[in-house]
Write a new protein. Structure first.
Ligand SMILES: Nc1ncnc2c1ncn2[C@@H]1O[C@H](COP(=O)(O)OP(=O)(O)OP(=O)(O)O)[C@@H](O)[C@H]1O
Ligand SMILES: [Mg+2]
Length: 468
């Protein structure tokens, strides 16, 4: 028997129906036909039908609302249709995958179409799985964090990624704005195309226009040849306008026009050009305040902030600090072939209470520096630069306990149970250690485990980043 769902044959011509049914059964497929009583869409649903072979005239008769209900039946459903007329009626919805077959039916042709339909389904499945694993990759490997604000951020990113809407990412320096922008691009349908970053603050004002829109030869001194701009490079992809708050007024006007019409003129060109670009902008300035002081155009602000995303500073999600330290420590140990074993409880507690004005970037740089300077052993408070020591207080990091709500635990697209359970277990262990200030005995009590069991788990999971 073949894997997958059932093939349903809808034809009022009993001879054809029985022939097709016998043939496909002989080939080993799961086949169903109507019992004449059960409503059409119920049969499709109950039998987990994923291929529908139908006489199109008959289909219109028994299911006039087929177009509307198609994707609700089974997202994998493919229609193999035959008989004229009717194709145009059924094909009103361009999303319906339809393979057509001529009449009288040729059984070889039918067999190859069923195989093509299955291929089509596995490709769709592959797309969905790769999207899911991309999301998983983002959550577990790229953007570290399990605090409530980070979870909300991940949800937001996965939702907006599938749309084409302009996104404005705000947040202090080093919070991960560019990382978030790249994640949105990676999870969008544009991921195969360019992600083009432009740092509006780093390019001199007089060059920024040509950098963005390109120029034609001779349009200004130094324009020796035609040059395409970042907008054109990002065609069909994503343009990341970083530090948008630093853009000067004259360019803001031009930017507004591109956002409105997806049309721009290269410097010195007489004709405008069309582009299909998704725009993500970022700034660590407060754009609303800049609007009030007339330093940023209000209309442009509204155009940009169709979907506003704010990344919270690290000091407002201190419970992410141990996980970030662990990640960076593992990464830099591997990069530099060093073997720093971990942080002492006191050192960890000091870092947990620090204000982190430079946010994740500052933490990342600190861990890199400590791994280089220390090389091996355990990082103690004495190893930390002076500025981290001034606020030496015991760790009072709030601890995030994930709330298990059985209703929304399983994402729509499914989940990899093993890695989800593993991640959940890691989070609980890390939180228990954070709460106990790194004391494994206390953490084991919190987790209702033997100390030795916890230590074994830490070793197995390579989570031994806090040393007693
Ligand atoms: N949640 C996170 N998990 C892992 N690494 C992170 C996270 N957030 C930021 N980083 C790392 O911190 C550094 C700074 O991130 P990024 O450049 O995205 O910040 P930014 O908000 O754009 O900063 P700036 O405003 O200074 O441009 C990068 O090396 C990035 O990989
Ligand atoms: Mg940045």
């Amino acid at each position: 028997m073949h894997e997958n769902g059932t093939i349903f044959i809808a034809d009022n011509d009993v001879k054809t129906r029985d022939l097709v049914s016998a043939f496909l059964t002989y080939l080993g497929y799961n086949v169903a036909v109507s019992d004449g009583k059960t409503p059409f869409f119920d049969i499709l649903r109950k039998n987990n039908v994923d291929i529908l072979i139908a006489d199109l005239m008959y289909l219109q008769f028994i299911a006039p609302d087929f177009n509307d209900c198609f994707s609700l039946v089974n997202p994998q459903l493919v229609l193999i249709g035959y008989g004229d007329p009717g194709v145009s009626e059924i094909k009103k919805d361009p999303d319906i995958p339809l393979f057509t077959l001529s009449k009288p039916l040729n059984l070889d042709e039918l067999e190859s179409l069923v195989m093509r339909a299955r291929e089509h389904q596995s490709m769709k499945m592959y797309d969905r799985t790769s999207k899911k694993s991309a999301l998983h990759h983002l959550l577990s490997a790229t953007m570290i964090g399990s605090s409530p604000p980070m979870r909300a951020l991940f949800d937001m990113i996965s939702k907006v990624a599938t749309s084409n809407a302009t996104v404005l990412i705000q947040g202090e320096s080093g919070t991960g704005k560019e990382l978030a922008a790249r994640a949105i691009h990676q999870l969008s349908d544009r991921h195969g195309k360019n992600f083009v970053p432009v740092n509006c603050a780093a390019i001199p004002d007089e060059l920024l226009e040509s950098e963005l829109f390109g120029h034609v030869k001779g349009s200004f001194t130094g324009a020796f040849a035609n040059r395409i701009g970042r907008f054109e490079m990002a065609d069909n992809g994503t343009l990341f306008l970083d530090e948008i708050g630093d853009m000067k007024a004259n360019l803001q006007v031009k930017m507004l026009r591109v956002l409105q019409n997806r049309e721009f003129e290269p410097v010195g060109a007489s004709k405008s050009q069309k582009v299909d670009v998704r725009i993500i902008a970022a700034t660590n300035k407060n754009l609303e305040e800049l609007v009030v002081t007339n330093d940023f155009r209000e209309d442009l602000y509204y155009r940009l902030s169709v979907i506003p995303i704010t990344i919270p500073p690290l000091r407002e999600r201190r419970e992410d600090i141990p996980l970030l330290i662990h990640t960076f420590l593992t990464r830099f140990n591997a990069d530099k072939r060093n073997a720093v074993k971990g942080f002492s409880r006191e050192a960890l507690s000091i870092l947990g209470n620090y204000e982190w004005p430079g946010n994740v970037r500052e933490l990342e740089n600190l861990v890199e520096r400590l791994v280089i300077l220390k090389g091996s052993g355990i990082i103690a408070p004495d190893d930390l630069p002076e500025k981290y020591l001034s606020g030496k207080v015991p760790c009072q990091a709030p601890v995030y306990i994930p709330r298990l709500s059985p209703d929304n635990l399983l994402p729509e697209e499914g989940i990899c149970l093993n890695s989800a359970v593993d991640e959940f277990e890691n989070n609980l262990i890390i939180q228990a250690l954070a709460r106990s200030g790194g004391n494994k005995k206390e953490a084991a009590i919190l987790l209702n485990l033997k100390r030795t069991t916890l230590i074994e788990k830490l070793k197995k999971k390579n989570l031994a980043f806090i040393e007693d």
